[in-house]
Ligand binder design. Structure first.
Ligand SMILES: [Zn+2]
Ligand SMILES: [Zn+2]
Length: 259
């Protein structure tokens, strides 16, 4: 199985990451990806870019070196006495999609019920399309309730490769249980690298091993190729689906040498 997209990556706009848009485009092209996304941190993280970073993304090219880049954000889930997320409709109107994640500097870890309610409230805003790294052991959740809410709100469950190799250590058993629950409830996942440097863009090899391990159906991996993910964003009324429709048709047209 070849996985041809990557929906989660940080650029130099988040200061704990080290690569530029151009470096990501080149690396994604060299690796044969069809599509990737930059998803820097939402405003509440200490290293977040100024909100203008997100509002000005229209100056970025959609396509370079045959690869499409989506304009994303990794929004922060907020504690209960706030709005559920640190983004609003105005900011999200500039974005192709949003990820919602728990991060320790923004949401102090609490108890299972608090985490579960906060995740569900974030998805119910309709502002995000992917639930980021939900296997973090610092944030136990009621997995069944979260996956059912994801399905009800057409939000993908992220299986984040970095959770197995470099971040949020101890995620693995939670990620496996989440994958098994998504499979049992016939829901869908997004696989991503959560790259903080361009060398790792598109690397989802450990996530794919887990997919194989539990015989998770390939049909429910929405990020498997560009068409699936772009059509999913179309279901959310995102104009990028329209913007990239011709590119997608060209991408899939057989080359002269193949006819
Ligand atoms: Zn994150
Ligand atoms: Zn991230």
């Amino acid at each position: 199985m070849r996985h041809l997209t990557d929906t989660h990556a940080h650029t130099v706009a988040s200061t704990h990451a080290y690569s530029t848009v151009e470096e990501y485009f080149r690396a994604a092209s060299d690796k044969g990806l069809q599509l990737f996304s930059i998803t820097d941190h939402g405003p509440e993280m200490p290293d977040s870019p100024h909100p203008w970073h997100f509002g000005n993304m229209r100056v970025l090219p959609r396509i370079r070196y045959g690869v499409a880049m989506l304009r994303g954000i990794e929004a922060n889930i907020l504690p209960a006495d706030h709005h559920p997320l640190d983004v609003n409709h105005t900011l999200m109107s500039f974005m192709d999609f949003g990820i919602a994640s728990f991060h320790e500097p923004v949401f102090p870890p609490s108890d299972r019920q608090t985490h579960t309610r906060a995740m569900i409230a974030a998805m119910e805003t309709g502002l995000v399309q992917i639930l980021g790294h939900p296997g973090n052991p610092n944030y136990p959740i009621n997995i069944g309730e979260v996956v059912r809410a994801a399905r009800d709100n057409n939000v993908l469950i992220e299986i984040n490769n970095s959770s197995f190799v470099s971040s949020r250590l101890g995620s693995e058993p939670h990620c496996i249980e989440i994958l098994e629950t998504v499979k049992a409830l016939d829901w869908k996942v997004a696989l991503s690298s959560d790259s903080h440097v361009h060398y790792t863009i598109g690397e989802v090899d450990v996530a794919l091993q887990k997919i194989d391990q539990i015989a998770f159906p390939e049909s429910n991996i929405v990020t498997l190729n560009a068409r699936r993910f772009i059509e999913f964003l179309g279901e959310h009324g995102k104009s990028v689906a329209q913007d990239l429709s011709e590119w997608l048709a060209d991408l899939e047209r057989p080359q002269v040498s193949e006819i």
